[in-house]
Design a protein around this ligand. Structure first.
Ligand SMILES: Cc1cc2nc3c(=O)[nH]c(=O)nc-3n(C[C@H](O)[C@H](O)[C@H](O)COP(=O)(O)O)c2cc1C
Length: 325
């Protein structure tokens, strides 16, 4: 399938794997890129610029296809070495960067000078237009359904995507709630040039996480996520578990006086315990409502081939049949 996004990134299928903390290692990114999508390494999971440079090298050993790096600019306790990460990305010959969180403007000249395309992840039309205005090459429009940080506007993709299509000139992909061929066709129909998936890619054979995480996603329904940190205006959609119930109880009790320090035990530094040790109640971890559509743990190639086959069948058979009937 050819879209503006496959052309922009030089990939076969219009499917991107969004950056994911403690999931987006070289194994994940290479598996997605080898299957014809765009795999993405998550920079902040690698503690230093040297570690990121090493991860980029490892990924290149596993694939000769294009892959990207996610740079997330979120409120964090101590600022990571962003200049070092940018250097590692440029020197590593990476050709796509997915930015997320705060405005990436200050990093764009260096990235563009190195021939790197930038796709910025946004949760609103307003931020998407800003990304376009500062010179981003594409946008990943992340609806309210998404795993991770959906922003504070709570607009689901059935509204957000066509609104983005009405306003944007640069291409965009649909992100949040995407799982299968139906998602891809719907995203294209609403004006997107492809789709970005997070949660769906965790439940694959190659995802470098503990089996308990994959099983938890398969077992979950669309009712099993919760929104946390809303009082801090840093809303995150996470999988429901004991730690999340504790966290929500603190939010209810403390109300508007809640501070980040009150919830450190439930949110800070919990990812290695969950993703690597499989301690599923260790804290809050991002997960999308799309868990309700995830029923198996295929290889990444099986997943992507299935999505593309299903999308083509829907477009060429079911939809074409409706208009000719
Ligand atoms: C476990 C997990 C960790 C994530 N970590 C990040 C991250 O570090 N940076 C980022 O930009 N997005 C992160 N995301 C968001 C994804 O890149 C993607 O935008 C989101 O998962 C899309 O929604 P979906 O889960 O419904 O597919 C994460 C998502 C998950 C599920």
């Amino acid at each position: 399938m050819k879209t503006k996004i496959t052309e922009l990134f030089g990939i076969e299928h219009p499917i991107i794997q969004g950056g994911m903390h403690f999931v987006g290692f070289a194994e994940m990114a290479a598996a997605v890129s080898n299957a014809g999508g765009l795999g993405v390494i998550t920079a902040l999971t690698l503690r230093t610029a040297d570690a990121l440079a090493n991860e980029i090298r490892r990924c290149r050993e596993m694939t000769d296809k294009p892959f990207g790096v996610n740079l997330t600019f979120l409120p964090v306790v101590s600022a990571p070495d962003y200049p070092g990460y940018i250097r590692a990305i440029i020197e590593g010959g990476v050709k796509v960067v997915e930015t997320a969180g705060n405005n990436p403007q200050q990093w764009l000249p260096a990235l563009h000078e190195a021939g790197i395309k930038v796709i910025h992840k946004c949760t609103s039309v307003r931020h998407s237009l800003k990304a376009e205005a500062i010179g981003c090459d594409a946008v990943s429009v992340d609806g309210f359904e998404c795993g991770g940080h959906p922003g504070e506007d709570d607009v689901p993709n059935f509204i957000l995507l066509p609104r983005a299509a009405e306003e944007l000139k640069i291409p965009f992909v649909a992100s949040g709630g995407m799982a299968d061929g139906r998602s891809l066709v719907a995203a294209l129909a609403l004006g997107a040039e492809g789709m970005n998936m997070g949660t769906r890619f965790i439940a694959t054979k190659e995802a470098p996480v503990h089996e308990n995480v994959k099983r938890a996603i398969v077992a979950a329904s669309e009712l099993d996520t919760r929104l946390v940190m809303r009082p801090l205006r840093n809303t995150e959609r996470v999988m429901r578990n004991d730690a999340v119930e504790r966290l929500l109880e603190k939010e209810r009790t403390l109300g508007s006086s809640l501070k980040f320090e009150d919830i450190v035990a439930e949110v800070a530094g919990v990812y290695p315990r969950i993703m690597q040790e499989g301690a599923m109640d260790a804290g809050a971890w991002s997960c999308g409502m799309v868990a309700g559509l995830i029923h198996d743990i295929p290889t990444v190639k099986e997943l992507i081939d299935r999505i593309m086959g299903e999308a083509e069948r829907i477009i060429c058979t079911r939809l074409a049949g409706l208009v000719t009937a």
